[in-house]
Write a protein that binds this ligand. Structure first.
Ligand SMILES: [Ca+2]
Length: 281
């Protein structure tokens, strides 16, 4: 039996509503399920492309060894590399010494590193005090204080010989944030037999200085060759993972990849509309 025109109109409304909802759902999923992968190119030559992703943060926990002298405010301590690594084309052999500042950066020098708490842009010619001139990884350069319970810089070597990871983890808070407990932790990770390295963030603070709003993030060989991910910009959020690589892993930058589920739903909405057009003819 043929449907009455009224019934067809009712079905049209219902199907059209469903299609509209699917389109809205698709847009929602596109916005929420998309993993943005942006790449920032280096300034100068021989530098690192920095690309972000989201990876669940994992503290090294008890597996880390507290670096002596770092459970304080504004200090530098040195440690020995467990394996050879290359930073900006220079090889630092296993056993060689580099420096960690409690204010969130690594400096590839065995002496004279800076504990400056006033972060400046990666490529700034303004002088740090004391001078910060060595090649550096600015993991989260801010005025941190690592006197919180369990605070400090921790070193861990993970994995098996040949594919080990060196993890340097900071635990503390941003000075002046009104807190007493740890609300910042993050890592720099270096890989044996790879020139890549990673910055990874767990807790990223509280209040107006949180999420990198007063921090410098990037890497630098010198003032002509560097990569600046961010400066005083609240873009450093929990689980952010930034990989530094000598080659661009992501030539088509800033293009979000829709999830397959969203594409499926979009296709579903289109199929409904097609069916609708057939039915009302
Ligand atoms: Ca400090």
């Amino acid at each position: 039996m043929k449907e009455k025109l009224e019934d067809i109109v009712q079905r049209f409304r219902k199907i059209n509503y469903t299609g509209s909802m699917l389109r809205r759902l698709h847009l929602f999923l596109l916005a929420s399920a998309t993993t943005w992968a942006a790449t920032i190119a280096p300034v100068g030559s021989g530098g690192y492309f920095a690309t972000d992703s989201t990876v669940t943060y994992q503290s090294v926990g008890a597996g880390g060894t507290l670096l002596a002298g770092t459970s304080v405010d504004d200090a530098v301590s040195t440690f020995s590399l467990p394996f050879s690594l290359i930073f900006y084309g220079t090889t630092y052999s296993a056993g060689s010494t580099i420096s960690a500042s409690t204010n969130g950066n690594l400096q590839f020098t065995s002496s004279g590193a800076s504990d400056d708490f006033v972060n400046i842009p990666v490529g700034s010619t303004a002088a740090s005090v004391p001078a910060l001139t060595a090649p550096a990884a600015f993991v989260y350069w801010d005025d941190l204080i690592l006197t919180t319970p369990g605070g400090g810089v921790y070193i861990a070597t993970l994995g098996v010989v040949g594919s080990r990871q060196l993890v340097v983890e900071w635990r503390g808070r941003r000075i002046g944030d009104g807190a007493t407990g740890q609300n910042i932790n993050f890592q720099a990770v270096f890989f044996e037999n790879s020139t890549d390295f990673v910055f990874h963030y767990g807790q990223t603070g509280v209040g107006t200085t949180s999420n990198g709003a007063s921090a410098t993030v990037g890497s630098r060989r010198d003032l002509s060759n560097y990569t600046e991910w961010s400066f005083n910009n609240a873009v450093i959020t929990p689980n952010l993972n930034i990989r530094f690589s000598l080659t661009n892993p992501n030539p088509a930058t800033d293009v979000p990849e829709p999830s397959s589920l969203a594409m499926f739903l979009l296709a579903g909405g289109g199929a409904l509309a097609l069916r609708l057009r057939r039915e009302i003819r």
